[in-house]
Design a protein around this ligand. Sequence first.
Ligand SMILES: *[C@@H]1O[C@H](CO)[C@@H](O)[C@H](O)[C@H]1NC(C)=O
Length: 314
Amino acid sequence: MRTHSFAFTFFCAATTVVASSSHNFEARNVHARHLIHARQPPIEKRCKTRTESESTSSTFADDSVQSSSSTTHSVTPTSTSTSAQASASSSGSGLLSVVSTCGAIGATLDITSQSGPNGNIYWINCGLSDDGWNPVYVNISQIIVKDLNTALQDSSTPFSACSSYIDKFNQYGEELNVPPIFIASFAMQESSCNPATVGGGGEEGLMQLTPDKCTDAPNGDCQDVDYNIYTGAKYFSDLLDSNDGDLFLSVGSYNGWYKGMTYADATAAASSDCCRCQQNLDYLHQFFNGWIQNYDPYANDLGVYHNLDVCGSD
Ligand SMILES: *[C@@H]1O[C@H](CO)[C@@H](O)[C@H](O)[C@H]1NC(C)=O
């Protein structure tokens, strides 16, 4: 049962880099990107143009620091921030440590195209290439996450575009028991923190609320910053509650993922008239090892699937 009805936008950095086959497992996911079953996209999925996503990279100001990452593939970071890697610690080692039901976590302090403090992308996407997505349980006291206010003190923070809304992220995060950097991350992912963003399916504002979420908006203005942020944050908070604090499941659900989703399910829309209605299979890695580490996943091209690249610019 699909439970989401929220905003789904698919930023896809205009990458020209293709992950090589040198990563050592599940390479078939990458190479299977053209072997897609023709199916209709979920009707609630909506798309957004690439133009809006490209604006995110302009907020990544500091490109003077070269990466020392130990990437094992051919992706060359164009810019990076060592601070995001050095201080990604909210627990002893700075690396996610949970009981895994899906093999090695593969977490690394370095943020690379396929890993980072919260684990390897294939581990986060556990099951995707087999029987379907079945994420390992990770909750808020286990995840490696930056504090939003601290993150903003870093000159290379991707959240500078959100500076006008930080107080709201903090306020509603506290009120709803959601880390403020999660709310900021959704806002970056959905709208690059531009409150005037309107999506292809009529999604509105910072959190790209679908029209059904806008019915109570003050004066009918769904772009109202207070209403928009609160409503998006509340939706996520409710997901967390119903999922017993399961973060991978809840963040995935927010973006349209569901338990049991296979690679074919996620990419079915590639051959439809709404190519961007595919799930971005790099999304959870971008979220957990990118945004919430105060690290721009688009500017740094995080991910290995790049399954939206086949879609072109619309
Ligand atoms: C997180 O999960 C661990 C392991 O299942 C559990 O011991 C802990 O109480 C959980 N913490 C929260 C805040 O849910």
